[in-house]
Design a binder for this molecule. Sequence first.
Ligand SMILES: [Zn+2]
Ligand SMILES: [Zn+2]
Length: 228
Amino acid sequence: MMSTSILQPLLLPLAAVGIGLLIALIFKPAITNGVRLLLSFSGAFLLAITVFEFLPEVYKEPDKYVGLCIMLGLLMQILLEFGSRGAEHGHIHQQTETKFPLLLFISLCIHSFIEGFPLADNQELLYGIIIHKIPIAIIVSAFLLNAKLPKMQSFLFLIGFAVMTPLGAFAKAQIPLLQEYSLYVNAFAVGVLLHVATTILFESSKNHQFNASKFLAIVIGIILAYFL
Ligand SMILES: [Zn+2]
Ligand SMILES: [Zn+2]
């Protein structure tokens, strides 16, 4: 059974990757200041949604395993970043060889799959993930356009990356085991998102040099999330 409530989490993340690809194609592969600002904004927005909406939700009822699951999610994300080298927070290392970046692909896919889990239950978080996905999709698309990969491989990379979040949302809605442990699955996703969002903010102030426009982007992200 497909309700309309599952359609949004299935379609919007796909649209976010499409928008990211389009922006990368139009504005060309350089990761410009604008993308960095968007990244700072998205990190603040995602973190604020997690803190304002999602964290209180998983802590609604006292449960001693919720905190543990959040920390497990955090550890999972640390492990994933060994494989992706930080692509899910917009940190990408341009490769010069023509080999398919399999480890990067798998890590990004697992990350995207996990962040899809809570989307069917939380509308605000869906917006947070969409906003987070656009700059990441721009950066990943720019990386693929610059890498000397066969076009087909780049295409498959993006398709795989794009479908993982909707697939996660679908799996969570349809698999009874994930439903039964919904609270823990969501808490695990909170851990993943907390790590990604804070890393984006951390890396947006390289060398701790104050950057007024980035700071403003972060403040706007927080304010928007608050009034959502
Ligand atoms: Zn990084
Ligand atoms: Zn992500």
